[in-house]
Design a protein around this ligand. Structure first.
Ligand SMILES: [Zn+2]
Length: 175
């Protein structure tokens, strides 16, 4: 990482489950307000000579949070992560450059771009399925697509995942 403005902090709830990603400056404010504890830090200092602190990498809320707003971002990469980088028609695993997003109900038939209607597909399968539903194409899906639950799957919410975050995001994080 380069400039300080690129640093991000992972916010956890009081049970150490990920809530969201916030700018480090917001994490420092929450710390000054005594609302969080600092769990992990980066090797980078901020502040004056008289007062120095490391940039927070992971902070946890002190107060119990009833509502759990953490949502996995709907991105191509997170769809691949959800599906284990495996084509949901032939079950082969591929590097992401050889994978595509398939609309289960094709957009031409009114299918939406949502967690429940997109799956990972290799190029040959996607091409073969074309503008048809799995049933019309005779290509059954290996699993029913769903919105991933972050507390169970630990999907990534940022483009880059610092080492300090990985213990708190679960096992599927591969970045
Ligand atoms: Zn395939």
């Amino acid at each position: 990482m380069t400039g300080i403005e690129h640093y991000r902090t992972l916010l956890l709830d009081s049970s150490f489950r990920p809530v969201k990603v916030i700018p480090w400056s917001r994490a420092v404010t929450l710390d000054f307000q005594n609302k969080v504890i600092i769990v992990e830090t980066y090797d980078r200092f901020i502040g004056h000579p008289s007062y120095e602190m490391r940039v927070p990498a992971v902070v946890a809320l002190k107060q119990y949070l009833r509502y759990h707003p953490f949502k996995v971002r709907f991105t191509k990469r997170n769809v691949f992560l959800r599906d284990g980088y495996a084509c949901q028609y032939c079950n082969e695993r591929f590097p992401s450059v050889e994978l595509t997003i398939d609309h289960v109900v094709p957009r031409a038939q009114g299918g939406r771009s949502s967690w429940e209607n997109v799956v990972t597909a290799c190029e040959p399968c996607n091409h073969r399925k074309s503008d048809r539903t799995p049933k019309q194409a005779g290509m059954p899906l290996l699993s029913k697509p769903e919105r991933p639950r972050p507390s169970l799957h630990g999907h990534v919410v940022a483009r880059t995942v610092p080492d300090q975050w990985t213990p708190y995001l679960g096992q599927q994080v591969t970045a």
